[in-house]
Design a protein. Structure first.
Length: 254
């Protein structure tokens, strides 16, 4: 189960941080590392700081964007400081660990860590289901990247051990079950948001030159409700029916 929890580092600029992250992951039993648009590649310094976790570096996957790193994940949690400008569903580290472990049984999930100097962009943050903030000392909140990774990975391990110790054997979901209430992948969610925006543009609900914050607020709404795959398919069917009416009216006007 822990192998389904993917640690994603975005725009990492120091090779030592990649090695220290690998060490933090391995001590907690996690092994899947993605490097999204890194500024540097793992090197000798990375291997030295990995301190025996060089196997994680060896199998780390480098991708060109956050979108690519999380495309097949049904749950994505971003690390972020609490923000007044981007009011997203927030989790404490313990909650994040529980949600990651709870969803990891049925497929890949991701915890995303931003750049050392300025974190994740608002656009990247909006692609995630939840944000998690580490409640550090408000008078000194300076955590380095590997320390942040260690804390979240520790919480995931605690949640995993609690599940094991409960003696309850989790039952894997049958992907062929037509009644499956699985959550859509990140790629599926992005396709939905693109469809939603295009439909709202075609009906002039969103004005192309003055879009405002409508899509941001809608993303936040759907992140908060965590709609299931079947529910999203229903919504896409509704959008398609609207698209057909709009296209039909446009043909008549011509």
């Amino acid at each position: 189960m822990l192998s389904n929890i993917r640690v994603v580092l975005v725009g990492t600029s120091h090779p030592g941080n990649i090695g220290s992250t690998a060490r933090a992951m391995k001590t907690m039993g996690l092994s899947t590392l993605y490097l999204a648009e890194p500024k540097v590649e793992p090197d000798g310094h990375s291997i030295a700081l990995a301190a025996g976790a060089s196997d994680i570096l060896k199998h780390a996957k480098t991708v060109s964007s956050v979108e690519e790193a999380i495309a097949d994940c049904s749950l994505v949690i971003a690390t972020s400081a609490r923000s007044r400008t981007l009011d997203w569903p927030m989790l404490e580290p313990r909650e994040a660990g529980e949600k990651l472990v709870g969803s990891a049984l049925n497929g890949p999930v991701a915890i995303v860590f931003g750049r050392e100097n300025n974190g994740l962009t608002n656009e990247e943050l909006q692609r995630c289901d939840y944000h998690v903030a580490i409640p550090a000392n408000p008078e000194y909140t300076s955590l380095n990247l590997a320390q942040a990774v260690q804390i979240i990975c520790y919480e995931a391990r605690v949640a995993h051990l609690a599940q094991v110790e409960s003696g309850v054997e989790p039952v894997p979901v049958d992907e062929n079950d037509e009644n499956l209430e699985a959550f859509p992948s990140s790629r599926e969610r992005e396709n939905f948001f693109e469809h939603l925006e295009n439909t709202l543009l075609s009906t002039n609900f969103i004005v192309k030159n003055h879009p405002g914050q409508i899509m941001t607020k809608l993303r936040r709404l759907f992140s908060r409700t965590r709609i299931e795959r079947q529910e999203m398919n229903i919504l896409r069917g509704i959008l398609t029916s609207i698209d057909k009416v709009v296209a039909k009216n446009e043909t008549k006007d011509k």
